[in-house]
Each structure stands twice: as C-alpha cells, then as structure tokens.
Design a protein around this ligand. Sequence first.
Ligand code: AHG
Ligand code: MN
Ligand code: MN
Ligand code: MN
Length: 325
Amino acid sequence: MTGQARVSLTAFIADEQDDPHLGALVDAVASACWSISRIVRKAALDGNLGTTNCHNVQGEDQKPLDILANDEFFRALGQCPQVAAVLSEEVGEVIWMKAPKRGDFTLSCDPLDGSSNLDANLSVGTIFAVGQVANDGDRTVLKTGRSLRCAGYAVYGPSTMFVLALNGQVNGFTLDEDADDFVLTHPNLKIPPETSEFAINASRQAHWDDAVTDYVEGCIAGEQGPRAKTFNMRWTASMVADVHRILTRGGVFLYPADAQNRSQGGKLRLMYEAIPMAMIAEAAGGAATDGIAPILDIEPQGPHQRIAVVLGSSSEVSLIADGYR
Ligand code: AHG
Ligand code: MN
Ligand code: MN
Ligand code: MN
C-alpha cells in the first residue's frame, strides 16, 4: 500500500452512495464479520470446534460457530434502526425486528459458510444480501436478486477480506487488525470472461445430468478433447472461498441439481448463497445461472429454497447453460 491513499470501507461507502442508512448498515455487517473473524480464529482456544446436538431447519448439524456467528450477526443488526427483517440459514423463519417502513432494509445471511471446513482450519466465510422495503407495511422479503441494494461476503482465510457488490461494481477490503479497519486493497474486481479452471464436487458424478457430465468430461479431456486445452480443478467445499478464488483469477463454480438432490431443488440456498453470489458475479462481469435462467431473475418461493448454481466466467457459464438447453 506504500504511496497509495488508504481508503477505509466506511469512507468508500460514504463516497459511493448518498444513503447514510445503507452505509451504516454495511458498516454494521462488516463489524459483525470482524467479530466472527475473531471468533473463528480463536475457536480451538475457546473450545468452539466440533459439533453441537442441534440441527438447523434444513436438518444440517449446527457447529458451535454456526450458532455464534448467527448470534453475532443478529447482535450487530439489532443496533441498526433501519433493519426491518433478517433471514438467516440458522433460523427457521424470517425474523421481524420492527414494523416495516418504506426504505427499511431486509437482510438475508449465511452467517458461516463452509462450516464443514472449520475443524480442518480451512477457509470459511459469511454471505449477505441487502434488500429494501418498498412501502410501509410491505413484508415481502422473498424478492428477486435484481431488487437488491447490495450484497457481499467476508472470507476468513490467511487474511480476512470483505467483498462488496454495490452500484454494479465489486470491491475487496482487507482487515487491518492493527488499525481495526477494513482497507480497500482489491478495487474493481473483474472475473475474466475466459478461464481454464472449474470447481465442482466430483464425488457426486454418479448423480449428474448429462449436461454436467459432458461439460466436465470436456474439461478433463485436455488438449486432445473438444475444448483443446488443459483445465485445472479446485474444490474447497466453502462457496465463499471458491467464489473468492474465481473473483481473483477467474474460473467457474458448479453445484448442480443432480439425481440425488433434485427433489430439494439442489444443495445451495437461493436467498443467502445463490442470489448474493450471483449479484457479485454479475457485477464483476461474470454470470450466474441455475442452468435455465439467470439466478438474479428467479422468483423465490421460500426462505430456505435450494437451487442449482453455475457461476463465474461468462463464457463457461454460457457453455454450460447451452448444454442444458
Ligand atoms: P454451509 O456451510 O453454509 O451449510 O454451506 C456449505 C455449502 C457451500 O459452502 C459449499 O460450496 C457446499 O456446501 C459444499 O458441499 P459439499 O459438502 O457437497 O462439497
Ligand atoms: Mn449449513
Ligand atoms: Mn453456506
Ligand atoms: Mn452456513
């Protein structure tokens, strides 16, 4: 950063838009992420690894950190008077914090993403999306991604980063632990349209549709195959970490619906995984589809609805969508 002006997240938001309430909200979310980062880093010391005897509404085992991260999120948002409603992966129903007034915010969040990675000390994250109440009394939290004000994630990796999609642009901020500040380090992130890297949980191959099998076979066939190039594969089992890699060097991420998960719609959750990541992908010049439609155009049917996700470099996303057609 030597020689460059240091731009904090707070200053950046204030400069980017004229709604101080939205700025205060993003600051509150970032401060929750900062607290979650500390809790994650100290988990082994504080006895917070392992599992609990609890399950969330989707039947997943909850880790102690899933619950602590969720509590941290609600604590931070409870201090924002403009937050009307919060939908969390870890809570069955939408929580109303107040009677909704026009301009209030609604939040969807995955407080801790990739929690199966926690005991292995691998990267995890937090995902969020911010919507807005259209009129006094409007209690519609389930809206398409096109109506969002902003979306973002924090990744708790070798450094903690906060990535924000706002006004059609994606910017990355790194937590400076010494200054207690998120600092703009990755301005205007763009996903390159072309890539030779893909991410999928290949252990599910026996359940894939032909479109997915054909795509992956094309990638791994190498120079002699239909793609005539060598592809690399990565899978972290933490969507935040996979998407962050794609934002920094390109790639495509797939968690398709398959024969095993199709009755549920797929694995990833529309409101707090697919939609925020789709907003980030599009704002970074990439694309995101469920194989049929852009994820941002899908009308949500339920708070914990699951959906197929293909996102990242636009040329690969188009190719996979063509395969589905
Ligand atoms: P969460 O930890 O919030 O429940 O999300 C886990 C998700 C996502 O982060 C990741 O891409 C995917 O589940 C991993 O699934 P597999 O275990 O099937 O690889
Ligand atoms: Mn979970
Ligand atoms: Mn998740
Ligand atoms: Mn989660």
